[in-house]
Design a protein around this ligand. Structure first.
Ligand code: NDP
Length: 450
């Protein structure tokens, strides 16, 4: 029987990073992949999504640039060309992932790997043994079980639509829903975003949620709050969707962006002692050990924080613990920054005002909502929001939040400062870069009441 020190199931961000780093420590490593190298992020997630976001943002440029002296003929958009170029770029990245594995001396199996019992995996009719098995199978979009839900697509299929629809209903109010609604709207599609809550992106700071909800509506998306779809039916031109509030709408396409579930189908979990949470996530301890000795799991399949950079860090933590002979440590989940590539972007690090008030007695809020310089002579209406949450007692910055252009790029640097324990006094003593929006974070002097 072929034997490895480490057998990784899933060649997504977490799996590939773990495989390569373990191999770099001299371990004999294999990785199995049944779908696409690079996982969700590279193939049907972060990367193609960001390319689509760029595509849709260009549509605003001709109008915005008029005030700056530019005139264009009516611009036209070609979806097929975008799709072809996106596919080429993703193919290139797939190739890079495969090459990285080959160059790291990792054995690659293409096929569906299944846990087959103590320390063994079966794949393509072969049984393989390994000292350690790592599950990094990721997640999969879920659709609410309503009549006709099979007629709707998810983010997975959106990336391969052969035609750009004219009218789309996006259901959900989280990361994917607001990002996709922004893409569609920017590409000129009549877009309706339907969410069961009263404002978008639950879990973010309430000011951020209010600001984004208003800005998204201002951008031309029909934001339809407080309702869920009850039934989807096919009609002569597309689909008719009935809502729980009694109203309905007709569209060419329905996209569910209603969350992602850990992917453990056909994994052979039943052949092991692995325990699953109620939502199907593999339960692991701080060192990513499952309840089956020698079997580990990380990334979206453990459903801690569904973000690519988190899976990468988890992988590095796993390799340090298992292959570097260092004292075992858990992963530091504190102060993970994230961005939503909605239009406008949202980015955040640290505590929301609401969470800060639960944990600290005296919280100070610094906030600014303004029209960025670029919006002045472009005649744009978009407003930027910046917010700092401070613990008055220690002067420590607890949270930084932004809605506006390049929010992700700006917050990334402040996330490092927050990891170092930045105080409000240090922010105040930092000289701004002028004229930028980011300088607002170091020039906000007067706290607001809430
Ligand atoms: P989210 O959890 O962000 O959002 C799911 C949305 O669907 C929520 O608004 C939720 O409502 C709603 N919803 C859930 N179930 C139902 C239902 N039965 N009927 C109606 N609405 C429902 O998931 P996404 O799918 O947007 O994204 C999955 C994860 O992927 C994200 O959480 C994020 O971690 C990651 N991601 C990160 C990105 C980034 O970093 N930029 C981009 C895309 C994804 P409610 O709020 O009421 O629960």
């Amino acid at each position: 029987m072929t034997h490895f020190d480490l057998f990784v199931i899933g060649a997504g961000s977490g799996g590939v990073r773990a495989a390569r780093m373990a191999a770099a420590q001299g371990a004999k490593v294999a990785v199995a992949e049944s779908r696409y190298f690079g996982g969700t992020c590279v193939n049907v997630g972060c990367v193609p999504k960001k390319l689509f976001v760029y595509a849709s943002e260009f549509s605003l440029a001709p109008e915005a640039s008029q005030g700056f002296g530019w005139d264009y003929q009516t611009p036209r958009f070609n979806w097929e060309r975008l799709l072809e170029n996106k596919n080429k770029e993703i193919d290139r990245l797939n190739g890079i992932y495969q090459k990285l594995l080959n160059n790291s001396d990792v054995t690659v199996y293409e096929g569906e790997a299944k846990l087959a019992g103590k320390g063994t995996v079966s794949i393509n009719g072969e049984t393989i043994s390994a000292d350690k098995i790592l599950i990094a199978t990721g997640g999969w979009p879920v659709k609410p079980q309503i009549p006709g839900s099979e007629l709707a697509i998810t983010s997975n299929e959106f990336f391969f639509l052969d035609k750009l629809p004219k009218q789309v209903l996006v259901i959900g109010g989280g990361y994917i829903a607001v990002e996709f609604a922004g893409i569609l709207n920017g590409l000129g599609v009549n877009t309706r975003l339907s969410y069961r809550g009263d404002k978008l992106i639950r879990g973010f700071d309430e000011d951020v949620r209010d600001h984004l909800t208003a800005e998204v509506a201002k951008s031309g998306i029909n934001v339809d709050l407080g309702r869920s779809p009850a039934e989807i039916k096919k009609n002569s031109s597309g689909f008719s969707v009935d809502f729980d509030k009694g109203d309905s709408c007709d569209v060419d396409l329905v996209v569910f962006a209603t969350g992602r579930s850990p992917l453990t189908d056909n994994l052979g979990v039943e052949n092991t002692e692995i325990e699953l949470a109620n939502n199907g996530a593999i339960l692991v301890n701080d060192q990513f050990e499952t309840s089956e000795p020698g079997v580990f799991a990380l990334g979206d399949v453990i459903d801690r924080v569904q973000l690519t950079p988190v899976a990468l860090h988890e992988a590095m933590c796993f390799v340090a613990n298992e292959f570097k002979g260092l004292p075992k440590k858990g992963m530091d989940y504190d102060l993970i920054a994230s961005a939503v590539f909605s239009q406008p972007n949202v980015a955040t690090v640290g505590l929301t005002e609401e969470k800060a008030r639960e944990k600290y007695n005296d919280v100070e809020i610094y906030r600014s909502s303004f029209r960025a310089l670029k919006e002045t002579i472009s005649g744009g209406e978009a407003k930027t929001l910046m917010k700092i949450v401070v613990d008055k007692e220690s002067d420590r910055v607890l949270g930084m939040h932004m809605v506006g252009d390049h929010a992700g790029e700006i917050i990334q640097g402040f996330a490092a400062a927050m990891k170092m324990g930045i105080t409000k006094t240090v922010l105040d003593s930092t000289v701004g870069i002028h004229p930028t929006s980011a300088e607002e974070f170091v020039t906000l002097r007067d706290p607001v009441t809430s």
